[in-house]
Design a binder for this molecule. Structure first.
Ligand code: ATP
Length: 364
C-alpha cells in the first residue's frame, strides 16, 4: 500500500493545444478509494495512464509512496490496472489468465496457486477457474479482470471505467462489490469514470476534472452540498441542479412573487456585481398552494420512480429577462401533477447555492 501524489502534473499532446492535464495537484491517501470523474475528454484516462507509466509526464512529478516514479517503466511501478475491455487472453483458462502476471514476474508456482485460489474465493470465481473467457458472462469476465489485479498484491489499483461493459443492473451490483472489496483489501485505488452516480456511491473522495483542470476534491457529500463552482454543481447529482441568473436588488432576488434575501457573505462576494447565479437541487424545491408566494412552473415531464418522482418544467419569474428557466422539483407520493399542469414552487432558501455569475465560483 502507498499514498499517491501528483505535483503540478501536466500532459500536452501538442505544443499548440491546451494541455490534456493541466498542473494537477492531488494527494491520494494510503488505502484511499479515489474516483476521478468528469465529462468525456476532461483528462481522466490521461491522468491514470501517467500514473501507470503508460503516458509520459511533460511537467511535474508523480510519487507512489515516497518513490518518484517519473521515468520508471509501467512494469516496475507496483500497480495493477483493470481496463474497461478486461484484456483477457481468450485461449487461456480463468486460472491462467489470473496467474499470468505472477508467472512473468517469476513468482513460484505454489505461491501463484495460493494467491489465485484466495482471489477466486473472494470473487466467487472458484467454480469457473477452468473455463475460458468465451464461456463466461460479462459480469464474470469483469470479476476475472479484478482477480488478475488482486493476485498481483500491488501497492495501487488503477481502474478505468471497469463497469462500462455491464448492463445497468449488473453495474449497480458490481459497483457495490468493488467498493466493498477495496475496503477489505485496503489498497490505494484510483478509479476513473464519467458517471457521477458511480463516483458518489464508490469513492472515499472524488476529484472532478474539467478540461484538464481539477475543479474540486472532496468527499461525495462535500461535493454535493458545497460544490466549489457551477460546473461541479451541475455535474454532481442526478438530475442536475437547476441554475439560473438573477438580478440582485436591495440584497434580494425575486423567486416569482417571493422575495429571497441574498446571504450577507454572498453579497460581499459579489463585490458590486449586479447579477448572481443561483442553484437549487430538486429536493430543495417544493410545491406550495396557488395562493402562496412562489414561482409558477409549467410541467413538461413527470419522471416516476415509484416511491417519489421528479417533475421537470419551466419556471417563470426567476431569470433577469424573465426567460423561462428549466427546473426539476422532487415530488413525494403518488398524487403528482401531470404534464401540462401549472404549479407553484418555492425553494428552501437556506439550501440555495450561490455562484458568481461570470466566474461560476461559489459564494458564501
Ligand atoms: P473519455 O471519458 O472520453 O475517455 P477522458 O476524460 O478519459 O475522456 P482523455 O482520454 O484523458 O479524456 O483525453 C483528454 C484530452 O486529451 C482530450 O482532449 C483528448 O482528445 C486528448 N488526447 C488523449 N489522447 C490523445 C492522443 N494520444 N493524442 C492526442 N490527443 C489526445
Amino acid at each position: 500500500m502507498a499514498a499517491v501524489t501528483f505535483e503540478g502534473v501536466t500532459r500536452r499532446f501538442s505544443p499548440t493545444s491546451r494541455p490534456a492535464v493541466d498542473h494537477l495537484d492531488l494527494d491520494i491517501g494510503d488505502g484511499e478509494f479515489l474516483v476521478l470523474v468528469g465529462p468525456s475528454g476532461c483528462g481522466k484516462t490521461t491522468t491514470l495512464r501517467m500514473l501507470a507509466g503508460l503516458d509520459p509526464v511533460d511537467e511535474g512529478t508523480i510519487r507512489i509512496g515516497d518513490r518518484v516514479v517519473d521515468g520508471i517503466p509501467a512494469k516496475d511501478r507496483d500497480i495493477a490496472m483493470v481496463f474497461q475491455n478486461y484484456a483477457l487472453y481468450p485461449h487461456w483458462t480463468v486460472a491462467r489468465n489470473m496467474s499470468f502476471g505472477l508467472r512473468v514476474r517469476g513468482v513460484p508456482k505454489p505461491e501463484r496457486k495460493r494467491r489465485v485460489l484466495q482471489a477466486a474465493a473472494m470473487l466467487d470465481l472458484e467454480p469457473l477457474l477452468g473455463r475460458r473467457p468465451s464461456e463466461l458472462s460479462g459480469g464474470q469476465r469483469q470479476r476475472v479482470a479484478m482477480g488478475r489485479a488482486i493476485v498481483r498484491e500491488p501497492q495501487v489499483f488503477l481502474m478505468d471505467e471497469p463497469l462500462s461493459n455491464l448492463d445497468a443492473k449488473l453495474r449497480v451490483q458490481t459497483r457495490a462489490q468493488i467498493a466493498e472489496l477495496q475496503r477489505r483489501l485496503d489498497v490505494t485505488t484510483v478509479y476513473v469514470t464519467h458517471d457521477q452516480t458511480e463516483a458518489m456511491t464508490m469513492g472515499d473522495r472524488i476529484a472532478v476534472l474539467d478540461q484538464g483542470v481539477l475543479q474540486q476534491l472532496g468527499t461525495p457529500i462535500e461535493l454535493y452540498d458545497r460544490p466549489a463552482n457551477a460546473f461541479v454543481a451541475r455535474f454532481m447529482g442526478s438530475p442536475a441542479m437547476s441554475t439560473w441568473t438573477s438580478r440582485v436588488e436591495d440584497d434580494a432576488i425575486a423567486f416569482g412573487s417571493r422575495r429571497i434575501e441574498v446571504p450577507r457573505a454572498v453579497v460581499a462576494g459579489l463585490d458590486g456585481a449586479a447579477d448572481v447565479l443561483v442553484g437549487a437541487r430538486q429536493e430543495d424545491l417544493r410545491l406550495v398552494g396557488e395562493d402562496e408566494e412562489g414561482a409558477d412552473v409549467v410541467v413538461s415531464l413527470v419522471e416516476e420512480y415509484g416511491s417519489d418522482g421528479s417533475l421537470h418544467g419551466e419556471a417563470s419569474g426567476l431569470a433577469i429577462d424573465d426567460t423561462p428557466v428549466p427546473v426539476v422539483v422532487r415530488v413525494d407520493g403518488r398524487a403528482h401533477p401531470l404534464t401540462g399542469d401549472r404549479v407553484r414552487v418555492r425553494p428552501d432558501a437556506e439550501r440555495l447555492h450561490w455562484f458568481h455569475a461570470d466566474t461560476g465560483v461559489r459564494l458564501g
